[in-house]
Design a binder for this molecule. Structure first.
Ligand code: PAF
Length: 283
């Protein structure tokens, strides 16, 4: 697997692939690769000719410096994992390569960025949309792969693709979970051993939401209240938000009907975890 650090080299490789009529599959990441990322790379391997993974810890999407500083950095290990899953190239640029000193343009998907993660992490989605737009321009993928775990991010990227007329197909793949249900995330590495048990409460709360809906509960507020009770079983857990939303608008819904998305963000000590599920509610 080839490691590319400079934009000029990336452009040359992309031009070569396009000239030879090869399809490009793209998996953007911030590294600390886990099974969730690897499932995206494997899917890209099956569906496209040239698979490129980006590894860039995007400074402008972190609203807390401590979060940026503590983000796991394991390039050599990530390179081995990406190659093992079938990547052909790893694009790992420096921060100045992506944001030279006079950089001043940003992309914002306005309405969808306001709530949930956007409210708790001001500027986060502007940072995500800006870097993803830049990476899309550089990599020119036929198909881009994202995980369902970051549901709001996936929805925002879909909207940006449409709004800015990127000629890219988006694949959103299911969340991969650890034994016990915790959604795989690079941040799980930051959980202490005593935080592991309460971290499973997110999955428990989401499963309970699904059960209640399956049993016929149609009031969003009742389901959310029950989820909150489950999370509060641990004194280590602090809810940031728990909500049931329309997956398209991300607006909360009270009368549950059709496709809904159940969202959860919870602090377990110093680590913030997010998770979600989709449910279909027959009318
Ligand atoms: O999901 C992530 O890892 C990041 O938000 C992304 C999409 C790579 C942009 O930095």
């Amino acid at each position: 697997m080839r490691i590319i650090k400079r934009i000029a080299e990336l452009r040359q490789a992309v031009r070569g692939m396009k000239r030879r009529g090869r399809s490009i599959g793209f998996v953007p990441t911030m590294g600390a690769l886990h099974e969730g990322h690897l499932s995206l790379i494997r899917k890209a391997r099956r569906e496209t000719d040239w698979v490129i993974v980006s590894l860039f810890i995007n400074p402008i999407q972190f609203n807390r410096r401590s979060d940026f500083r503590s983000y796991p950095r394991v390039l050599a290990q990530d390179a081995r994992k990406a190659a093992g899953a079938g990547a052909d190239a790893l694009f790992a640029p420096s921060a100045v390569e992506i944001y030279p000193p006079d950089f001043q343009t940003s992309v914002e998907v306005e309405r969808l960025s306001r709530r949930w993660e956007g409210r708790s992490r001001p500027g986060h989605f502007r940072g995500v949309a800006t870097v993803v737009a830049k990476l899309f321009h550089l990599v020119q993928p036929d198909i881009a792969y994202f995980g369902q775990k970051d549901a709001q991010q996936a929805r925002i990227v879909r909207q940006m693709i449409r709004d800015l007329n990127f000629d890219i197909r988006l694949r959103i793949l299911p969340t991969i979970r650890e034994l016990g249900g915790l959604a795989m995330s690079s941040r799980n590495q930051l959980l202490s051993s005593s935080a592991r048990r309460p971290s499973r409460l997110l999955f428990e709360a989401l499963q309970e939401a699904r059960r209640l809906i399956q049993w016929g509960e149609r009031r969003g507020s009742v389901v959310v209240r029950r989820m909150r009770q489950i999370i509060h079983k641990s004194s280590k857990a602090r809810i940031d938000y728990a909500a049931i939303v329309n997956p398209k608008t991300l607006e909360p819904v009270e009368k549950l009907q059709g496709k809904v998305q159940v969202l959860l963000a919870v602090w377990i000590g110093p680590v913030r975890l997010i998770d979600n599920i989709q449910c279909y509610v027959p009318s």
